[in-house]
Ligand binder design. Structure first.
Ligand SMILES: C[S@@+](CC[C@H](N)C(=O)[O-])C[C@H]1O[C@@H](n2cnc3c(N)ncnc32)[C@H](O)[C@@H]1O
Length: 281
């Protein structure tokens, strides 16, 4: 069963979300379910559990981690992503994996306003934080919150001028997410993604050996859902050239990718990716 909620008024409250459909599609896409300490959880369930735990202190955690990795505050990261998107007045925007909707909230509070933003996320607890943060801001008329999977979007084709995704793609099957983003974008629409990228270190023999050790250590010792979600996300983290190929395979062209260097060789770099729908040539 597929239940979604949209919130366009302050009065509307988030309703419970069931994600069996997204789960089924993701399980098909990534090849099944994974076991943790005797229980069996799908990748989607682990992500939802992780961000349900994290939701109350999400912003502080991101601030700490982004400073550590790239020397950026969370707000600087959001502003950079908005700068890269260069949204024009009147454009319709979809923010994939919106979390607490910081990105759309900052975007909509700027002077050159786009018409409407939909923030979509799979974790109801994150959307509840978003809903709370919007209270009294007057943004509810132009910011809709939608609970669903970016890999199976409950949205019509050719709807959006711009699709954004900050720090979310490493939790997803990237080809499935790109195919859905392409479907809901208008021809010539823009995709802007900013997330962790795989660096040369992680592709080296030493990097792969360290990764195996980390996976083993986390698998044996970590009880936190966030740790499990991040470990499970490793295979989804791509290099810039892997992004190029996957974007082209999904009918995106005009690809520009810039890298933010990590503060330590073993931290992931940051990648900001811009591409145009239907311009694969
Ligand atoms: C690190 S947070 C990023 C939130 C926000 N974009 C930001 O920049 O603060 C990752 C978010 O991705 C969401 N997420 C993970 N997989 C998803 C999926 N398949 N579809 C939609 N949201 C997803 C999680 O629920 C979480 O809120």
């Amino acid at each position: 069963m597929w239940q979604i909620y949209t919130v366009f008024t302050d009065a509307a409250q988030p309703k419970p979300y069931t994600h069996q459909k997204a789960q089924r599609r993701q399980a098909n896409a990534v090849g099944g379910e994974m076991g943790y300490g005797g229980t069996t959880m799908s990748g989607t369930e682990v992500v939802v559990e992780a961000f349900t735990e994290l939701a109350p202190h999400y912003q502080a955690t991101m601030d700490r981690e982004l400073r550590q990795f790239w020397g950026l505050t969370y707000k600087e990261f959001i502003r950079r992503l908005i700068g890269a998107a260069a949204v024009k007045p009147g454009e319709s925007v979809l923010d994939l994996a919106t979390g607490t909707a910081m990105l759309p909230r900052v975007l909509l509070s700027r002077a050159d306003k786009c018409s409407r933003v939909i923030g979509l996320d799979i974790t109801p607890a994150m959307l509840r934080q978003a809903h709370e943060a919007m209270r009294g801001t007057g943004l509810a008329a132009r910011l809709g919150l939608l609970c669903g999977s970016a890999m199976a979007l409950p949205l019509a084709a050719g709807t959006f001028d711009v699709a954004l995704c900050g720090l979310g793609t490493h939790h997803m099957d990237v080809p499935a997410m790109l195919s859905e983003a392409r479907r809901v974008l208008k021809a010539g629409g823009r995709l802007v993604v900013s997330d962790v990228g795989a660096s040369a270190f992680w592709r080296s023999i030493w990097g792969k050996a360290l990764l195996r050790l980390l996976l083993l250590r986390y698998g044996l010792t970590q009880r936190s859902a966030r740790a499990r979600a991040e470990v499970e996300a490793f295979p989804n983290v791509r290099t810039a050239s892997e992004w190029q190929r996957t974007l082209a395979d999904n009918d995106f062209g005009g690809i520009e990718i810039s890298e933010t260097l990590a503060h330590r060789p073993w931290y992931p770099c940051g990648l900001t990716i811009k591409a145009t729908a239907g311009a694969a040539g």
